[in-house]
Design a protein around this ligand. Structure first.
Ligand code: NAP
Length: 460
């Protein structure tokens, strides 16, 4: 073995030991936070080659610093329900990393929310935001409040109480939250109103995902779903495939799913299934997206009601069965860990060509291994669903300049951003000896910019 190869092997071994040490520290310091551990592991496993060839990242303790949020805020959210009873929820904001810009990331309202979920989402957001090429740091927040079945007045009282505390920690140049699961235009509107009342002055840039009448951006609602499909189309094109004529399955029927379905159909895909947390619809004639919009965006109903309008379609209770439907392209757009080993094997045995993660961390680590082992094109969440935060950053830019771009202008910028994310990720995968592995490519491309900025700014 040549001296050079021996030296490279030693550097790789050293980087592996460093990664293992920091990962063990994360587990020790954050016990019982399995989602956070999973997100860290996925990133760390990819970084070994970049750490081996750039010892400066180890010398500056970059991983130890990146896994420790700059600030974690946990607070009480008391509110009064329609029966006059006092309710108390828990609120969170994790301000993870501000090396390249103000903290930026959504707020999730869902009963499953806890410190582990918010930390996994905030950690992922660091790399995703870096990949967009825009000056935004990583953060995330939310509450274990369950919006399902709540009246409009209850939602308003809860969000006002939530913002009364959160308003102390955010601002247009400090931390700019947006929506996520359970937080759409209505919730953002109530929170914006409360922030304005508490802090005084009209600071449009404090939240994104706002209504168009008070500083929102055209195209923000569609951005994550459209961006997901733009990325997948780019990934397919590279291998001589296309969405045109393909069969597509999309999980969920919320914000990301609806606009992923719409764009996939516009590009010629036949989307045959979608779901919510109660079950899934199979419509071989193609999901009617207008019906899904009416049920979910307007009426707040269950997806099972789709069959009333389209009796030829079938509703099946339970979520995981959606992955047994044969398809060329699967777009998990609902929630974390919805594709496990069993679902991944089913998709592979039914001949899936490509996976595009519209949701955050929808595939388990075992599922990702199965896709890679079977040469399925795999687009990881932090690259694929970055279109939402990218257009949020465009909303911030428009707010600062006090102007509004047209839908076409925003969409054109979104398409460019998604193409660049794909290019940068695929190039990094080649540069670091994992050609075509977009998990490795996206993690490395997102990491380097943040790590270099941290080194430039010193130990702070
Ligand atoms: P949303 O509008 O609240 O929709 C979530 C959808 O997923 C709902 O249809 C929900 O059904 C469904 N769902 C939840 N758990 C499910 C399960 N176990 N199986 C099947 N369906 C399930 O949220 P969203 O904004 O679309 O977010 C979806 C995912 O995308 C999340 O992982 C989020 O972090 C990620 N994401 C969102 C954005 C964004 O801009 N919104 C950006 C980047 C990433 P129910 O109605 O029954 O609850």
């Amino acid at each position: 073995m040549s001296t050079l190869i021996q030296q490279q092997n030693q550097e790789t071994q050293f980087a592996k030991c460093y990664v293992d040490d920091v990962y063990n520290l994360v587990k020790k310091r954050n016990p019982n936070e399995s989602e956070f551990h999973q997100a860290v592991k996925e990133v760390f496993d990819s970084l070994v080659p970049v750490l081996a060839s750039n010892p400066k990242y180890i010398e500056h303790g970059i991983l130890e610093r990146m896994v420790e949020p700059e600030r974690v805020i946990s607070f009480q959210v008391p509110w009064v329900d329609d029966q006059g009873m006092v309710q108390v929820n828990r609120g969170f904001r994790v301000q993870f990393n501000s090396a390249i810009g103000p903290y930026k990331g959504g707020l999730r309202f869902h009963p499953s929310v806890n410190a582990s979920i918010i930390k996994f989402l905030g950690f992922e957001q660091i790399f995703k935001n870096s990949l967009t090429g825009q000056p935004i740091g990583g953060g995330k927040g939310g509450s274990d409040f369950d919006p399902k079945g709540k009246s409009d007045k209850e939602i308003m009282r809860f969000t006002q109480s939530f913002m009364s505390e959160l308003s102390k920690y955010i601002g247009p140049d400090v931390d700019v939250p947006a929506g996520d699961i359970g937080v759409g235009a209505r919730e953002i509107g109530y929170m914006f109103g409360q922030y304005k009342k508490m802090r005084g002055g009209f600071q449009a840039g404090v939240l994104t995902g706002k209504g168009l009448a008070y500083g929102g951006s055209l195209g923000r609602k569609e951005a994550t779903g459209y961006g997901t499909v733009y990325f997948v189309e780019e990934m397919l094109k590279d291998k001589g495939f296309s969405l045109k004529g393909s069969t597509v399955v999309v999980s969920g029927s919320g914000n990301v799913s609806i606009y992923a379905i719409e764009k996939a159909q516009q590009l010629g895909g036949n989307v045959v299934a979608c779901s919510d947390s109660s079950g899934y619809i199979f419509d071989p004639q193609g999901i009617n997206v207008d019906t899904v919009k009416q049920l979910k965006e307007v009426e707040g109903k269950r997806i099972s009601e789709y069959v009333q309008e389209h009796p030829h379609a079938q509703f099946t209770p339970g979520c995981s069965g959606i992955w047994s439907i044969p398809c060329d392209i699967a777009l998990p757009c609902a929630t974390q860990n919805e594709i496990d080993e069993i679902a991944a094997n089913l998709l592979v045995s039914n001949g899936v060509i490509a996976i595009g993660e519209g949701a955050n961390m929808p595939s388990t680590l075992e599922a990702i291994e199965i896709f890679h082992a079977n040469k399925v094109l795999f687009g990881p969440a932090k690259a694929v669903n970055a279109g939402g935060v990218a257009v949020s950053a465009l909303e911030m830019a428009q707010n600062s300049m006090r102007l509004s771009w047209t839908l076409e202008e925003v969409d054109e910028k979104l398409q460019d951003i998604m193409k660049n994310i794909y290019r940068n990720s695929i190039e990094a995968s080649h540069e670091y000896n994992a050609p075509g592995n977009l998990v490795v490519g996206a993690n490395i491309a997102g990491f380097k910019k943040v790590a270099d900025a941290m080194i430039s700014q010193g130990i702070i």
